[in-house]
Design a protein around this ligand. Structure first.
Ligand code: FE2
Length: 490
C-alpha cells in the first residue's frame, strides 16, 4: 500500500508532457543533427528520453536525463507556466520515447517526402481578428493532421508562428475568447500560454511524424514572439534567453548565425539546406539593414559550396524574390514596386549561385517565381494565418530591385531581369516535395483537406525557363490551370 501511494505521489509530480517533438539541429550542436524537446506544465521535473541505439553489440537501450531550457530571467514572468526540457538524440538511434510517447529519432535514410508549411498562427492584432475557433477560418490543426497523414520524412517551416499579439477584444469573444493576452509591461507580445494555443497544440498532430527544421520569422523578433521561438523551437543550446528584455527593453535587432543541415535523397544524391535568419529588415525598400543581413547570406553560400551529388536550398523567412498584391500599393505607384522583401534581395545579391531553390514564406499565399539565371523562389506562407488579398498579382513591369518606372531602388545594385515564370495562389494549405528524376523535385500544393490546388491566379504563356516550372508545362497550365505541382529541375 505504501509503495502504491509512493508511486501515485511520483505520478502526481510527473504530469504528462503537453507535447514532445524533435528539431533538426546544426552538427555543431548534435552529431545526430537532432534535438528532442518536451513541454510540460510548470513544476514538473524534466523527464528522460529513452533511446534504442544500433551499436556493434546490437540494439542497446539507454536513458538520458533531459535538461531544463530556461527563458531569460527578464522574460520569465511570461513563460513561468511551462517547463521546456531538451536533450540531444545520440547517433544511430532507431527509437526514442519521452514519457512513453515516441518522437522522431533519426534523420531520414532517404527523403521521399518533405512537408512544408509556414505563417501559421491565428491573427489577433488590434482590431484585426481572425476566427481562431473556426477550422475553416484558421485551419492549422487540419494542416498538421494532413501533414502527419502524408507521412513526411522531414518538415520544413521558414517561420512566423506567433500571431496572437493583442488581447482578444471584448466584442470578439466568439472568435478568440480564451486567448492568453500579452503580459502587461513586457516589451514583447508572446507568452508560454499563447504559444500553447497558437502553435504547440495545433501543430501537435504532426510532431510524431518527422524532425522539423524551423526558422524564426518577423513575428518572432524579440519585440514580438522571439522569446517563445528561442525557448521552444531554436535547436541551439545557448539561445533560449536571446530575446530577454534588457532594462525593460527588447534587445536591438540582430541576426542569429546561419546554419545548415544535409539529408540523403537517393544513392549519391543529397540535399543541403542553409538556414538564414531574416526576421528583421524592411520589405518595400532597401535600407541599412541589408548590410547587416548580408553576412548571413555570405555564410550560407560558404556552407553550400558545390559538391558532387549535392544540391542546396536556401531557407529564409523573408523571400528574396516575391511580389505582393498591387492592392498594397501606396501612391504614387510609379515610385513603388510590389517586389519584396527588398532588404533580403539586396543582402543576398550575387550570393545565390549555389542554390537550386529558395524556400521562404512571409506573404500569406503561395507563389512561385523564376528569375532568369537565379534559383527558383517558392513562397509558402499559407499555413493558417489570415490570407493576403486574392487579386492584384500582375507581374510588375520590371524585375526585382527596380521600381515601377524601371529605376534602381538601391543605387548600389542593378535590377534583376523580370520573372520568366510567376504564379500566385491565395488559399490555405501546405506543400509536399518529392524527389523527381536525378536532380528534380515535384512540389504539390495541397489544401487543409489534402486536395491538390487547382487555382491559377495569373496565367503566363511565355514562361519557359530552366529551373522552376509546372508539371503540366506552363503553356498547358495557362490554358487548363496547373495541378498545383511545381517542378524544380536543374
Ligand atoms: Fe513574415
Amino acid at each position: 500500500m505504501i509503495d502504491l501511494m509512493a508511486t501515485m505521489a511520483v505520478m502526481a509530480a510527473q504530469p504528462d508532457p503537453i507535447a514532445s517533438y524533435t528539431l533538426v539541429a546544426p552538427t555543431s550542436v548534435a552529431d545526430s543533427r537532432l534535438v528532442a524537446r518536451t513541454v510540460l506544465p510548470a513544476g514538473a521535473s524534466c523527464p528522460e528520453v529513452i533511446v534504442m541505439r544500433r551499436t556493434s553489440k546490437g540494439i542497446v537501450k539507454k536513458s538520458y536525463s533531459m535538461k531544463a531550457r530556461k527563458p531569460a530571467a527578464s522574460a520569465r514572468i511570461a513563460f513561468n507556466t511551462v517547463r521546456v526540457c531538451s536533450h540531444n538524440i545520440p547517433t544511430n538511434a532507431v527509437r526514442a520515447t519521452i514519457a512513453g510517447r515516441r518522437v522522431p529519432s533519426s534523420m531520414p535514410q532517404k527523403v521521399n517526402r518533405m512537408a512544408m508549411l509556414a505563417d501559421t498562427g491565428c491573427r489577433i492584432k488590434g482590431t484585426s481578428v481572425q476566427d481562431c475557433n473556426s477550422p475553416d477560418a484558421w485551419p492549422l490543426k487540419r494542416i498538421a493532421r494532413q501533414i502527419a497523414k502524408s507521412d513526411p520524412d522531414i518538415i520544413l517551416n521558414p517561420g512566423d508562428f506567433y500571431y496572437r499579439e493583442s488581447a482578444c477584444p471584448a466584442a470578439d469573444q466568439a472568435l478568440c475568447g480564451g486567448t492568453p493576452p500579452p503580459v502587461p509591461g513586457m516589451p514583447f507580445a508572446d507568452s508560454a500560454d499563447g504559444w500553447l494555443v497558437d502553435v504547440i497544440r495545433p501543430l501537435r498532430p504532426m510532431f510524431r511524424s518527422a524532425p522539423m527544421a524551423l526558422l524564426r520569422g518577423n513575428h518572432e523578433t524579440c519585440d514580438r514572439g522571439g522569446n517563445g521561438f528561442f525557448l521552444f523551437f531554436d535547436p541551439r543550446p545557448d539561445t533560449a534567453g536571446l530575446c530577454g528584455p534588457v532594462n525593460g527593453v527588447a534587445p536591438e535587432p540582430a541576426t542569429t548565425p546561419t546554419w545548415s543541415f544535409t539529408v540523403k535523397v537517393a544513392k549519391g544524391r543529397t540535399l543541403r539546406v542553409a538556414m538564414v535568419d531574416s526576421a528583421y529588415g524592411t520589405d518595400g525598400t532597401v535600407d541599412s539593414w541589408a548590410a547587416v543581413q548580408r553576412p548571413t547570406y555570405v555564410a550560407a553560400r560558404k556552407q553550400t559550396r558545390a559538391k558532387k551529388g549535392r544540391q542546396s536550398w536556401l531557407m529564409t523567412h523573408r523571400p528574396v524574390f516575391s511580389h505582393v498584391t498591387w492592392q498594397f500599393s501606396p501612391a504614387p505607384p510609379t515610385e513603388w514596386t510590389t517586389w519584396g522583401s527588398l532588404d533580403q534581395t539586396a543582402a543576398s545579391y550575387g550570393l545565390l549561385d549555389t542554390y537550386q531553390m529558395v524556400l521562404s514564406s512571409h506573404l500569406h499565399l503561395v507563389q512561385a517565381v523564376q528569375i532568369p539565371g537565379q534559383p527558383g523562389s517558392l513562397v509558402l506562407g499559407n499555413g493558417g494565418t489570415y490570407l493576403d488579398p486574392t487579386t492584384g498579382y500582375e507581374l510588375p513591369r520590371f524585375g526585382p530591385l527596380a521600381n515601377a518606372s524601371g529605376q534602381r531602388v538601391d543605387p548600389a545594385v542593378a535590377p534583376y531581369p523580370n520573372a520568366s515564370m510567376d504564379w500566385t495562389s491565395v488559399q490555405f494549405g501546405y506543400a509536399v516535395a518529392k524527389p523527381a528524376g536525378k536532380t528534380g523535385w515535384k512540389i504539390a500544393h495541397r489544401t487543409p483537406e489534402g486536395a491538390r490546388f487547382a487555382a491559377w491566379a495569373r496565367p503566363r504563356s511565355s514562361a519557359r525557363d530552366g529551373r522552376l516550372r509546372f508539371a503540366d508545362g506552363a503553356e498547358r497550365a495557362a490554358a487548363a490551370g496547373p495541378r498545383g505541382v511545381v517542378v524544380v529541375a536543374t
